[in-house]
Design a protein around this ligand. Structure first.
Ligand code: CP
Ligand code: NVA
Length: 323
């Protein structure tokens, strides 16, 4: 499969981007294919104002660098404009309901991106919104990150099927969305986590269901070296996610054997890439040598957030042809 020449098998029917499990493989490939096309257009200076005059509202209840900059720059490059709404500055932060926020904002803008704590709030926002809602990270999922990561994996490996990605660390939001994205595209996933920090059972079930369809495998366990063995990509994330900072000290003891260092990378394939959603705590979940070494593609992942999310916005907010 050549992503650049991918042609859609069916019309794009999803209205929102909530979790990614709701997307078909075809829909994900449409997004990635358009993302590559938009990346090429941006680099060669070809205008691609697919969302001229449209507005994206961005609600942030947690900090962000990549998500904020990539959505804001992205909508601007597509000819639209963004409103950055810190949850604490709007009435949502004073207790106005998610429902009323959705009813109000969605009458004024063409799309809403939200970064918050509870996945339920994103679902509630989508339920009452008249415009597409995009999940920009919750405690449970980070679908936009997974899409940027799949683009990065494709650019580095030239395919999806037959690859193996090892996720080493916390079974968190990033891990969940990667498990879903990989298995939808036929990439085998092996997760190694400390005892008590496994991915959610429902997500493992989603991944197994997807893997059955696409012919890949899903493994979870506590052995980091076994997970990394023969992997084409080794991925990690912080040991204490946003909202769990108070557990950082306690977690450090459990997670330190799961550091991605030169020895662990040596267990993977020789040409394996190192991946991280960022921000990273260098010296904790990853050594400086791996983070800034020749196998690291972490800043490509950050850049690809822009291109993948432009495709998501163009398709959802403009109903652009993803093919
Ligand atoms: N990876 C990611 O979502 O980064 P930010 O928290 O900086 O948006
Ligand atoms: N798991 C991290 C990802 C940050 C982009 C967090 O939720 O803080």
């Amino acid at each position: 499969m050549i992503l650049e020449q991918y042609s859609a098998k069916a019309p794009f029917t999803s209205t929102h981007l909530l979790c990614l499990q709701e997307y078909t493989e075809d829909e994900i490939l449409q997004i990635l294919s358009l993302g590559l096309d938009l990346k090429k257009k941006l680099k060669e200076g070809t205008p691609h104002r697919l969302l001229g005059g449209k507005t994206l509202a961005m609600i942030f209840a947690k900090s962000s660098t990549r998500t904020r900059v990539s959505f804001e720059a992205g909508i601007f490059q597509l000819g639209g404009t963004a409103l950055c709404l810190n949850a604490g500055d709007i009435q949502l932060g004073r207790g106005e309901s998610v429902r009323d926020t959705a009813e109000t904002i969605s009458r004024m803008v063409d799309g809403i991106m939200i970064r918050t704590f509870a996945q339920q709030d994103v679902l509630e926002l989508a339920r009452y919104s008249r415009v597409p809602v995009i999940n920009g990270l919750t405690d449970a999922y980070h679908p936009c990150q997974a899409l940027g990561d799949m683009l990065t994996l494709y650019e580095n490996k030239g395919a999806f099927r037959g690859l193996k990605l090892a996720f080493v660390g916390d079974g968190n939001n990033v891990c969940h969305s990667l498990m879903i994205a990989c298995t939808k595209l036929g990439v085998s996933v092996s997760v190694a986590h400390p005892e008590g920090y496994a991915p959610d059972a429902l997500v493992i079930e989603f991944a197994r269901m997807n893997a059955k369809k696409t012919g890949c495998t899903v493994e979870t366990g506590t052995d980091a070296v076994a997970a990394a063995r023969n992997a084409d990509a080794v991925y990690t994330d912080v040991w204490a996610s946003m909202g769990r900072e108070d557990e950082a000290k306690e977690r450090r003891a459990f997670f330190s054997p799961y550091q991605v260092n030169e020895t662990l990378m040596a267990a993977a394939k020789q040409d394996a890439v190192f991946m991280h959603c960022l921000p990273a705590h260098v010296g904790e979940e990853v050594t400086e040598g791996v983070m800034y070494g020749p196998q690291s593609v972490v800043f490509e992942e950050a850049e690809n957030r822009l291109h993948a999310q432009k495709a998501v916005m163009a398709i959802l907010m403009g109903k652009a042809d993803g093919a």
